[in-house]
Each structure stands twice: as C-alpha cells, then as structure tokens.
Design a protein around this ligand. Structure first.
Ligand SMILES: Cc1cc2nc3c(=O)[nH]c(=O)nc-3n(C[C@H](O)[C@H](O)[C@H](O)COP(=O)(O)OP(=O)(O)OC[C@H]3O[C@@H](n4cnc5c(N)ncnc54)[C@H](O)[C@@H]3O)c2cc1C
Length: 250
C-alpha cells in the first residue's frame, strides 16, 4: 500500500529560467528512477509526477520545470511549508555495476533530473551526456561533474558544448567500444533514437518514460505505453523499462 506523507519543504532554489529545485523531509527510502506524485494545492485535482533527483535516509530532492497549472502552483510553496506527497512510486532503474566498462547516462531537458541520483549509484566511472536547447538553459553541469568521470554537454544551437543532439555525442562516444550500459530519459523522439542506437550496437539500455499520468498507482491507465505489442502502465510497470520492451510509434 503506497502512502502519502506531509513533507516539510527544507530548501527551494530557482535554477535556470523556470526550473525549481526543492528538497523535502521524507520518511521513506527511495531508489534512483522512482518518482513522487505531488499534490500541487487547491484547485489542482490531479497530482503531478516528478522524478526523484536525489535522496538520503530522511529527505529527497526533486526538480521541475514550471509548465502549466500544476507546476505553477507547486512553485509557489516556500521553505517551511508542507507538501502532500505520494510515494516513492514506480520501479527504479536496474543498476548494473558488473565488469569494468563504463555506464552512460543520457538525458535531454527535464529528463536529466532522475539521472543525477542514478549516476551516484552507478559509481565513479559513469559518464553523462546532457542536452539542452541553449546555453542559458544548461543546469546541473557541476553536480554531474561531481558524480561522473566525464560530462558531455550538447546544445541544439551550439551556444555551449557540442552543437547538436545528445544522440550525435552518443554515437561518437560509443565508437570507443568501452560502454557497458545506457540509461536514458528525455523527450520521446530522443529516447526512440537512443533505443535504436543502443540496440544496433547491442548495448543494454534502460529508458525512463515521462508519459502524462493520472493516479500514479496503476488504477486509471492514463499513462499506458506500448510494450511488445501490448499496453503497460508506465506508473506501475515503469517508469523505467528495458529499451527492448518499449515500442515507439514510427
Ligand atoms: C514519471 C514521471 C517523472 C517526471 N519527472 C519530471 C521531473 O523530474 N521534472 C519535470 O519538470 N517534469 C517531470 N515530469 C513531467 C511533469 O510531470 C509534467 O511536466 C507536469 O505534470 C506538468 O504539469 P502542469 O500542471 O504544470 O502542466 P499541464 O497543464 O498538465 O501541462 C502543461 C504542458 O506540459 C505537457 N506535459 C504534461 N505532462 C507531461 C508529461 N508527462 N510529459 C511531457 N509533457 C507533459 C503538456 O502537454 C503541456 O504542454 C515527469 C513525468 C513523469 C510521468
């Protein structure tokens, strides 16, 4: 039975642009890749799913872009306020530390957030490829540098780091032949491309899907995605999946 917790907001920061970073007291342990379902306040009926960006024994951190009604309302909470949080939910990433090859995390935009906690668990050999639209939106570079052996940044317009998509950097990086596994989160088009590259190169790959969600606990089926021709619930069966289990529409 999943529990809701009234969680004290212990820190709140604005990162680049409209991205808010919050840390709350939280009584349960969580795994990288799990998410919380947050009640955003009066007038917003449905909770909103947000990935766990980092966590300790009695706290967790989440980071979100202000998009619509729910996240706008959530952004108005301040340090000392209490948030109603359901979680932790979903299955985390399966962490493979076997062998001496390099695990790689790859994220685009808001998809980078669950990868920070994951990169801590994968260990010091981990490399990260992080993609943003433009230089002003680059965030968490130093934090990833603190947990990863190397961090590659790509911007769509070339204003910082590699010019182009994270998948261009991925192809270049895979050419060295020392990557053991890939963990990706980002827009569907990016993840479809990562899936194809990983499967063509025969590298184990997990994807974290960020579908629109209703209940978060497997009842409403709003978040279904196609897996091997069947529908599965992202909130319950995921949000992390072996890339071979996910079918993207062409
Ligand atoms: C498992 C999971 C983890 C997530 N983790 C994070 C996170 O760590 N940080 C973060 O910023 N966001 C994350 N999201 C996306 C986040 O839940 C949505 O941005 C949020 O629910 C939007 O709510 P809103 O009321 O502000 O906007 P709404 O008014 O509901 O929508 C505003 C805009 O956001 C789009 N949108 C809404 N939900 C999604 C979604 N799931 N995926 C893509 N676009 C969406 C809508 O199409 C619309 O354009 C996650 C989603 C899932 C399912």
């Amino acid at each position: 039975m999943k529990k809701t917790h009234m969680c004290k907001l212990i820190s709140k920061k604005t990162l680049a642009g409209d991205v808010i970073d919050m840390k709350v007291q939280f009584p349960e342990e969580s795994k990288p890749g799990q998410f919380i379902h947050v009640s955003c306040g009066d007038g917003v009926l449905l909770r909103r799913p947000i990935s766990i960006c980092d966590a300790g024994a009695d706290w967790l951190r989440f980071t979100f872009a202000v998009r619509g009604k729910g996240t706008k309302k959530l952004a108005q909470y301040n340090t000392g306020d209490f948030l109603n949080i359901l979680g932790p939910l979903g299955n985390g990433f399966s962490i493979d530390k076997k062998g001496d090859k390099t695990p790689l995390v790859i994220g685009g935009g808001i998809g980078i957030f669950p990868l920070l906690y994951l990169s801590k668990s994968l260990g010091a050999k981990t490399e990260a490829i992080l993609g943003f639209r433009t230089k002003d939106l680059v965030i968490m570079e130093d934090e990833f540098k603190g947990t990863c052996a190397r961090v590659h940044i790509a911007t769509d317009d070339g204003s910082y780091g590699h010019k182009g998509f994270v998948t261009d950097v991925l192809k270049e990086r895979l050419a060295k032949g020392d990557i053991s596994s890939i963990y990706a989160c980002g827009p569907s088009s990016m993840m479809a491309a990562v899936k194809k590259i990983a499967e063509d190169e025969n590298i184990y790959c997990q994807l974290s899907l960020e579908e629109r969600m209703g209940c978060g606990i497997g009842i409403c089926a709003v978040c279904v995605c196609k897996s091997k021709g069947e529908y599965v619930k992202v909130c319950q069966n995921g949000p992390t999946f072996d890339s071979k289990e996910v079918d993207f529409d062409d």
